[in-house]
Design a protein around this ligand. Structure first.
Ligand SMILES: *Cc1c(COP(=O)(O)O)cnc(C)c1O
Length: 396
């Protein structure tokens, strides 16, 4: 047998973390890495937050799981926090981002079909988006590398250019149910939606009675310096998918909706065995108690600005490597003039700095939101040493 016990769908690297220490990861062999990947925007409280750990430990000892057939004081508490701090009136809890997007897609379709508009099932989505790896969520993305081998796709998605409002408008037809969009494309390369685009989509939805569905799985939960990124655009969505950071490392996602948008999500229409179980709710409540306040959010914005302005200064030293810095808060990307992947590997293997490569030649920086100035200093030490001894591969 040559297949590995772990199904070989990931190109796993040689770093094998066994322990976390705040913003660092420690490998099997004891090597310490500065973690500016944070499990891809997941570990927003770092790896050793006492509040989060304590909440999970206490809840695990008390009650881990019961069915959604029973009442959920733990779920009501977290749902109420999300309702109080966002546009939403109601919440469905999931175990992952893709499931949160699935629920958002079903909510948008059911909004129309519940009212008898059976023909309105299509979501307009945007090129280079990433919405997850289930059949519906790969169908929602135009990226062919995710489709290969998995046809036929789920019908009901139409792809248009990101940030092209005219194209979005032109794509509206008799089957359109709404738009599904990331306010900041993450995997696509830390590409923020323009103000005009987001305002325009909101207007189109109001004019045509369409659902504005946001995928904030990566950019949500304080990552950009507001609890959700839509706040910075001054608009309110109808449905939002959230996950990644919301459990701080515990698998948790949620679909948030207004009362109006959720009109089709009635008894029996959706479900999940694990979704919203008491253990997950303990993690989510601990994260929300830490991040959903103006003091924490202001800190994220301030750290994001410090990191960004130092980065902008720094990249000027290596114009042959770096082009620009983009993103919001602590969701930052360096657009590179060379392939980002070899540089990401060099940072990781030769300088013990973990980052994530993304589309559009971009290196992603997604540190825990609890980083301090000392870690930002350490980051720049590693980054400058790495830029100084990087040899651009000849085929790049
Ligand atoms: C990561 C991600 C997803 C999928 O989340 P999973 O938890 O991996 O299913 C969906 N949308 C966006 C924007 C993401 O970044």
């Amino acid at each position: 047998m040559s297949i590995t016990p772990l199904m070989p769908v990931y190109p796993r690297c040689g770093v094998r973390p066994v322990e976390g220490d705040n913003c660092h990861l420690i490998d099997e062999d004891g090597t310490r890495y500065l973690d500016f990947a944070a499990g891809i925007a997941v570990n927003l409280l770092g790896h050793s937050h006492p509040g989060l750990i304590g909440a999970i430990q206490q809840q695990a000892a008390k009650l881990m799981h019961v069915s959604n057939l029973y009442g959920s004081p733990q779920g009501e508490e977290l749902a109420q926090k999300l309702v109080d701090t966002t546009f939403a009136d109601t919440v469905f809890f999931t175990n992952s981002g893709a499931e949160a997007v699935e629920c958002a897609i079903k909510t948008a379709r059911a909004y129309h079909q519940h009212a008898g508009n059976e023909e309105k099932y299509e979501l307009i989505t945007f090129k280079n988006a990433f919405h997850g790896r289930t059949m519906a969520t790969i169908s929602a993305s135009n990226q062919e590398k995710m489709h290969k081998g998995f046809n036929p796709l789920l019908p009901g998605f139409k792809y248009v250019e990101f940030n092209d409002l005219e194209a979005a408008k032109a794509a509206i037809g008799p089957h359109t149910a709404g738009f599904l969009v990331e306010p900041i494309q993450g995997e696509g390369g830390i590409r923020p939606a323009t103000q005009e685009f987001m305002t325009g989509l909101r207007q189109l939805c109001d004019e045509h009675d369409l659902m504005l569905v946001l995928d904030e799985v990566q950019c949500g939960v304080a990552r950009t310096g507001t609890l959700y990124a839509y706040e910075q655009y001054g608009i309110e969505p109808d449905v939002v998918a959230t996950a990644k950071g919301i459990g701080g490392g515990f698998p948790l996602g949620a679909c948030l909706a207004t009362e109006k948008a959720a009109r089709g999500m009635v008894i029996g229409t959706h479900g999940s065995t694990y979704g919203g179980n008491p253990l997950a709710m303990a993690a989510g409540n601990a994260v929300m108690d830490t991040v959903a306040n103006e003091e924490f959010l202001a800190e994220v914005r301030a750290k994001g600005e410090r990191l960004r302005s130092r980065l902008e200064q720094f990249i000027g030293n290596y114009p042959e490597l770096f082009e620009s810095v983009r993103g919001m808060g602590l969701m930052l990307g360096i657009k590179m003039k060379v392939e980002p992947r070899p540089f990401m590997v060099h940072l990781r293997d030769n300088h013990q700095l973990l980052t994530v490569a993304a589309g559009d030649s971009t290196l992603r920086l997604l540190p825990p939101l609890v980083i301090e100035d000392a870690e930002i200093d350490e980051f720049f030490e590693k980054l400058s040493a790495a830029a100084a001894d990087f040899e651009v591969p000849s085929d790049s």
